[in-house]
Design a protein around this ligand. Structure first.
Ligand SMILES: N[C@@H](CCC(=O)N[C@@H](CS)C(=O)NCC(=O)O)C(=O)O
Length: 251
């Protein structure tokens, strides 16, 4: 049996994209926790496989031609796993283009915008004392997320899944963010088709298994100001120096 794929993981929407895909595809994997609140994304070992100091990343010991390969960026990982397993990523060109469009839409739109909305709703109020300094950014990202939910609502009125009639890696990419839209300034009452799609995917056994994997790593949701400020030292305010400092330790 092939050695398990190593999944460099922390329980966040971007991490779940890959644990869901691995569970759906029935590929054996091993979780390698990367505690991003403690700065483990800057270790030299991790930067070698994920030069952007972000998780998720994978190492597949049984890569092309049987030799190991590492992949970072969740969209690239999903495409790799889809090609490797031949599942949830259609091989005929027309269907594949459909899936790719919605996958890239997630990578360039839904993920980053929902991530920023989450920052301004969940973290900024615990870091910045003056609410007036937060409001412009909060409204900008909550509104953009609202537009993106509208785009999904319209799409899901045309086809059962984002990438077409079949469940695919495009859904796997968007689901972990879409399912928390109600915590990011949106109301599912405005998006009934999106809500039905969120619920339908939530019921999938592979999705349930993926949500349980690494659950013990999850922090409690309501962090105190002090806990957020501590985490912020590693997570927010990163510059080119953050990577250069870590790289210089690489030797
Ligand atoms: N575009 C990246 C985004 C990944 C990402 O933002 N990961 C976050 C956690 S959700 C992270 O590792 N953050 C660590 C940091 O900001 O230093 C992907 O899709 O793989």
């Amino acid at each position: 049996m092939a050695a398990p794929i190593e999944l460099y993981f922390w329980p966040t929407p971007n991490g779940w994209k890959i644990s869901i895909a691995l569970e759906e595809m029935g590929l054996p994997y091993e979780l390698k926790p990367v505690n991003i609140g403690r700065g483990e994304q800057f270790t030299p070992e991790f930067l070698r496989i994920s030069p952007n100091n972000r998780m998720p990343a994978i190492v597949d010991p049984d890569g092309p031609a049987g030799s190991p390969i590492s992949v970072f960026e969740s969209g690239a990982i999903l495409q790799y796993l889809g090609r490797k397993s031949g599942q949830f990523y259609p091989s005929d060109e027309r269907s594949r283009v459909d899936v790719d469009q919605w996958l890239f839409w997630q990578m360039g739109g839904l993920g980053p915008m929902a991530g920023q909305a989450s920052h301004f709703i969940n973290y900024a109020p615990k870091i910045v004392d003056d609410p007036a300094l937060i409001e412009y950014g909060r409204a900008r990202y909550v509104n953009e997320l609202n537009r993106l939910c509208g785009v999904m609502e319209r799409r899901l009125g045309e086809s059962a899944y984002l990438g077409g009639d079949e469940y695919s890696i495009a859904d796997v990419a968007s689901w972990p963010w879409a399912r928390i839209a109600h915590k990011l300034g949106q109301s599912f009452d405005d998006f009934p088709k999106l809500k039905a799609w969120v619920d339908r995917i939530h019921e999938r056994p592979a999705v349930q298994r993926a949500l349980k994997a690494g659950d013990e790593l999850r922090q409690k949701q309501d962090l105190s100001k002090d806990q957020v400020r501590e985490m912020a030292k590693n997570l927010f305010g990163q510059t080119a120096n953050s990577v250069n400092d870590a790289k210089s330790k690489q030797g």
